[in-house]
Design a protein around this ligand. Structure first.
Ligand code: FEO
Length: 396
């Protein structure tokens, strides 16, 4: 059912309370999500985005109750990923030939995914679509987060339809930011940035500054996931500029995995040393095979340093650590320090290999790391605490 945003704009999306995994199994969505689509009724009627493919019939059926589909003059596709374009096939079967405005790159992504002969109308930054009393202006936003992404600005209502940008995987029966729990909202917005937008920080900064330079009046930001920023929408824009600028708080995150607890004991002893030498720092220990991987990436995003620990197994490190190293490599984090540690029985290659991967991922690796044969004795645990105290200084 549609929900009123303004006299001219109605939310016609899908709130997905059940969603727990997104992008296949890559992204955890502890608070569900929503796929936001917006119906604009001026002299012309325009739909901005659709919803994820599994809900296409539900979407079209709900939309029919909101509007006579034949009165839809145009569809705007801000981004071709299936969570927003997935209902186009079902919708365009009902209203074939309806013009679909999108970027040139979205022509590729839509054609490549759906193989349909749609009436695609590629647009560039600055192109407009007059709706009568209001005008839509298209703003290409490549790599926020796909090459095909664009934003659409509606004057009069002063709304920026920002697609994934400024979004959160956050299901709510409410529409607006001032109606929901602020801690939950910001935690989900940060997790979204850390896992979706972090690799593209320079583009985020450039695009936001470009839009700010356009001096567009802004009453609302309507993203394609989660709640709408109505109360002081600039707050999330300012927060994005901070997140995109080598963001970190005073946190050290220790990500480890363990087979028979030797590496876990190492992690705990090193943490004790760090805490005793640097009591101001937040220190978190996360077991890579047990903690949620999306949450681990978020913790690394906000950390000024990360320690990675694994025993040596089969001449390498554990599977869960390999996954985390690959995830954080892709995030292109900047300005973070790192170190590695791990136990071994025979050969002990893992620490050197993890250090190499951390360097390749752009981390400033502060030493050669620390290795421990078998399980640490009482004296060896004390040496690990001493190493933690020494490391705390190197990580500053
Ligand atoms: Fe929400 Fe990139 O799709």
């Amino acid at each position: 059912m549609g929900k009123r945003i303004t006299d001219k704009v109605t939310w016609v999306g899908k709130t997905d309370w059940e969603l727990r995994r997104f992008h296949g199994d890559e992204f955890s969505t502890h608070h569900g999500s929503s796929y936001n689509a917006y119906l604009i009724r001026d002299e012309k009627t325009v739909l901005v985005d659709t919803v994820w493919l599994p809900y296409d019939k539900e979407f079209v059926s709900d939309l029919k109750r909101e509007v006579d589909l034949k009165t839809i003059d145009a569809i705007v596709v801000n981004h071709g990923e299936v969570d927003h374009s997935g209902s186009l096939s079902a919708l365009l079967r009902e209203i074939p030939g309806t013009p679909v405005y999108c970027t040139q790159n979205a022509v590729k992504s839509l054609t490549g995914q759906y193989h349909e002969e749609w009436n695609l109308k590629p647009v560039k930054t600055g192109d407009t679509l007059s709706l009568g009393t209001s005008t839509l202006t298209f703003i290409e936003a490549p790599m926020l987060h796909w090459p095909d992404t664009m934003f659409t600005y509606m004057d009069g209502e002063n709304i920026l339809f920002s697609n994934d940008g400024f979004g959160q995987h956050y299901a709510s029966e409410f529409l607006f930011n001032d109606q929901v729990d602020q801690a939950e909202l910001y935690a989900e917005a940060e997790k979204y940035f850390a896992n979706i937008l972090a690799p593209f920080c320079p583009m985020v900064t450039r695009k936001i500054n470009e839009i700010l330079g356009m001096n567009l009046p802004l009453d609302m930001i309507c993203p394609s996931h989660g709640i709408i920023w109505r109360d002081n929408p600039s707050q999330i824009v300012e927060q994005y500029l901070k997140w995109a600028d080598r963001y970190q708080v005073n946190q050290i995150t220790i990500v480890y995995d363990t087979m028979w607890n030797a590496t876990r004991h190492m992690a705990q002893a090193i943490a004790e040393g760090i805490v005793s030498a640097d009591p101001e720092a937040t220190v978190k220990l996360l077991c890579a095979s047990k903690a949620d991987k999306t949450d681990i990436v978020t913790e690394v995003f906000r950390s000024r340093a990360v320690l990675v620990g694994s025993p040596t197994v089969n001449g390498g490190y554990l599977y869960a650590i390999a996954g985390i190293l690959e995830l954080i490599r892709g995030m292109k984090f900047k300005g973070k320090k790192a170190a590695a540690f791990g136990s071994y029985g025979w050969s002990g290659e893992a620490v050197k290999m993890m250090n190499e991967e951390l360097k390749k991922a752009g981390f400033d690796v502060v030493d050669d790391g620390v290795r421990q044969t078998w399980n640490p004795s009482g004296d060896e645990l004390e040496q690990l605490r001493a190493y933690g105290r020494e490391l705390a200084q190197k990580l500053k």
